[in-house]
Ligand binder design. Structure first.
Ligand code: OGA
Ligand code: MN
Length: 230
């Protein structure tokens, strides 16, 4: 338990990367372009959105409200024992508490198996415990890249309790960016370049605007599966 939490601290070291500048959010000037009908992915150019298309996936309604309830019933008792952490200036996450989980009750295990088969090749080695991150309403995740030492090519996360926006920014060309709308109950999957060459972040409530539209950020719990480096 303790060991993995240490690993996660290293995962969360911020990458050297400034996010998109403020004021760039106007749709008209930023070349926002929907990837699919449901337009859950927009970006700095159509080419970038298309190029990253196979490496970012957002599946709405991946779980039901009942399944969200089952996950929270298992997770809340452990989370409630912890306090949200706000003050570590060098952390990549602000206003969070976290835990991990290796075993689930039957209903939740079924959900986790669905996540695994949607995101990872069968039989590939996964990072044992699932990571659970609880962001306070005022919490947010700064731009970072998950540790390449501890995590493999794919990151898959369920979003509970709140919609949110995940922003990807190219590490060596910060004018190249993509925003993913992550609705509550959705699953997102980041793979390959999207995982290695772009930082990811979850926007704070004040900045949570997708394609010109405010997306209120409430308390958000994410349940994240990762594979091991190959
Ligand atoms: C992380 C992370 C995203 C999420 O914990 O490294 O990027 O969906 N989390 O909570
Ligand atoms: Mn991350």
């Amino acid at each position: 338990m303790k060991l993995l939490l240490t690993v996660l601290k290293q995962i969360h070291k911020p990458a050297v990367c400034a996010g998109p500048q403020r004021g760039r959010s106007s749709c008209a000037s930023s070349g926002l372009s929907p990837l699919r009908d449901d337009a859950l992915v927009v970006g700095s150019s159509r080419e970038l959105v298309q190029r990253l298309g196979s490496q970012v996936d957002v599946r709405t309604g991946f779980i039901t409200e009942e399944e969200e309830g089952a996950l929270l019933r298992e997770l809340e008792p452990g989370l409630k024992k912890k306090r949200y952490e706000f003050d570590h200036w060098d952390d990549a996450i602000h206003g969070y508490r976290e835990t991990e989980r290796a075993r689930w009750g039957a209903a939740c295990e079924e959900v986790m198996n669905r996540v695994r088969s949607a995101a990872f090749p069968e039989g590939g080695p996964l990072l044992g415990p699932v990571h659970v991150l609880d962001l306070d309403k005022t919490g947010y995740i700064k731009p970072h890249i998950d540790s390449v030492k501890f995590c493999g090519s794919t990151i898959a996360g369920l979003s509970l309790l709140s919609d949110s926006i995940m922003r990807l920014v190219k590490e060596d060309a910060t004018d190249e960016w993509v925003d993913l709308l992550l609705p509550r109950l959705s699953l997102y999957i980041l793979r390959d370049q999207a995982r290695y060459n772009f930082t990811h972040q979850i926007l704070r409530d004040e900045e949570s605007v997708f394609n010109g539209q405010k997306v209120p950020r409430l308390r958000r719990v994410s349940v994240i599966c990762r594979n091991l480096p190959g």
